[in-house]
Ligand binder design. Structure first.
Ligand code: AHM
Ligand code: MG
Length: 342
C-alpha cells in the first residue's frame, strides 16, 4: 500500500444559518436536544417562501388588499395572508411548537401537544410594513420564542403572557435589496444574508454590535405636535447638537428596515404615543419585545419611557407600547429626560 492521502484542511468557505445554529448549540447548550434547531429551521424555511413571493409580487399581480381586515382593523394585503400561512404551516408541523401567536390572528393557535414535546411558544409578525410593498420598499418578518412554562398550573394564558426577558430567541428578516436574517438566542447577535444562488442564509454579520452612539434618529416627524412634550424636547436636543453629534433623520416606515439600519449604523428609533395611538402604534409581543432582546444583546437599549421593554408584564397578546430603541447613549439620554419630565 502507498502513502496515506494528504489530509485536507477543514476550513470552511461559508457558514449557513443552519450550521451556525447547530454550532452555537454545541458551544452553549451541549446537553440540549436538536428540537430548537429544527424549530428555527421552520422559521428560515417560511421566510424563504415569503421572500420568493415578495420577489414575484410585481409580476404576479398579487398586490392589493385581500378583502379582509385583520384584528387591528387594518386592511390585509394578500402577501400578509401568504406570509401568515407560510409561518403557521412551517411551524405548526414542528412537534415542539405548543402555541403560535400571529399579528394576523386574533386568537392564539394552540396545539394539543404534551408539555414534554410541545415546548415552545412563538410570536410573529409575518409581514411587517406590508403597505410598503406597493412602492417596492423593504418589509420584514419578526419572531419571538419563549419556552412553555413547565409548572402544572400553567395554562395557555400564562404561557403566552410572559415578559420579554424570558425569550429564548428572537429575530427578524428584512426583505430589502438583499434578504437578511438577524437572530439572537441570548448569546450575541448574528446576521445572515440569503444567497439566492444556493437558497441558503450565509453568515455575513458575525457577533453584531450596535454602536453606542450613532448619527441618525428615526421617527414619524409629521406627528411631532402630537408627541408628549418630553419626546419633543428630546428630538429638539438631537437636532440642536446637545448630544454632541449632528444627527440626520431617516424614516422608512417599515419597523424592521428602520431597526436594521439602527442596528448597523447606530442612533435611535422612536414610536411615541400620539393622538391617534395613545399607547404607541407598535405591538409589544411580536414587534417591540423581540427587537428589544436583539438590541440589548447587541449592546443597545429599549424602553417605553417608564420601563425597560423586556420588563413589561403583558396583559394581552396584541397590546401596543411606545418604543424608544437604539444605542445606549441615545436611549439612556431619552430615559433621563423622560424621568425628569414626570
Ligand atoms: P403594520 O404592522 O401594520 O405593518 O404597521 C407597523 C408599521 C411599522 O413597520 C412601522 O414602524 C410603523 O407601522 C409606521 O407607522 P407610521 O406610518 O404611523 O409612521
Ligand atoms: Mg407589524
Amino acid at each position: 500500500m502507498g502513502a496515506d492521502p494528504p489530509v485536507r484542511s477543514a476550513s470552511k468557505l461559508i457558514t449557513t444559518a443552519q450550521q451556525h445554529i447547530l454550532e452555537q448549540k454545541e458551544i452553549h447548550f451541549p446537553d440540549a436536544g436538536g428540537t430548537f434547531s429544527w424549530l428555527l429551521s421552520g422559521i428560515t424555511l417560511a421566510t424563504k417562501m415569503i421572500e420568493a413571493k415578495i420577489r414575484q409580487a410585481g409580476l404576479l399581480d398579487i398586490l392589493g388588499a385581500a378583502g379582509e381586515t385583520n384584528v387591528q382593523g387594518e386592511s390585509q394585503q394578500k402577501l400578509d395572508v401568504f406570509a401568515n400561512q407560510a409561518l403557521l404551516h412551517c411551524l405548526g408541523v414542528r412537534e415542539s411548537v405548543a402555541i403560535l401567536v400571529s399579528e394576523e390572528n386574533e386568537e392564539p393557535v394552540v396545539f394539543d401537544r404534551a408539555p414534554e414535546t410541545g415546548k415552545y411558544v412563538i410570536f410573529f409578525d409575518p409581514l411587517d410594513g406590508s403597505s410598503n410593498i406597493d412602492v417596492n420598499v423593504s418589509v420584514g418578518t419578526i419572531f419571538s420564542i419563549f419556552r412553555r412554562p413547565e409548572s402544572a398550573e400553567a395554562n395557555v394564558k400564562s404561557a403566552i403572557l410572559q415578559p420579554g426577558w424570558k425569550q429564548v430567541a428572537a429575530g427578524y428578516v428584512v426583505y430589502g435589496s438583499s434578504t437578511i436574517l438577524v437572530y439572537t438566542a441570548g448569546k450575541g447577535v448574528f446576521g445572515f444574508t440569503l444567497d439566492p444562488s444556493i437558497g441558503a442564509y450565509v453568515l455575513s454579520h458575525d457577533n453584531l454590535r450596535m454602536p453606542e452612539q450613532g448619527g441618525f434618529y428615526s421617527v414619524n416627524d409629521a406627528q411631532y405636535t402630537h408627541f408628549p412634550q418630553a419626546y419633543q424636547r428630546y428630538l429638539d436636543a438631537l437636532r440642536n447638537g446637545s448630544l454632541g453629534r449632528e444627527y440626520s433623520s431617516r424614516y422608512v416606515g417599515s419597523l424592521v428596515a428602520d431597526f436594521h439600519r439602527t442596528m448597523l449604523k447606530g442612533g435611535v428609533f422612536l414610536y411615541p404615543p400620539t393622538k391617534g395611538y395613545p399607547s404607541g402604534k407598535l405591538r409589544l409581543l411580536y414587534e417591540a419585545s423581540p427587537l428589544a432582546f436583539i438590541a440589548e444583546q447587541a449592546g443597545g437599549m429599549a424602553t417605553n419611557g417608564d420601563q425597560r421593554i423586556l420588563d413589561i408584564e403583558p396583559e394581552n397578546i396584541h397590546q401596543r407600547t411606545p418604543l424608544v430603541i437604539g444605542g445606549s447613549v441615545e436611549v439612556s439620554e431619552f430615559q433621563k429626560r423622560w424621568r425628569a419630565a414626570r
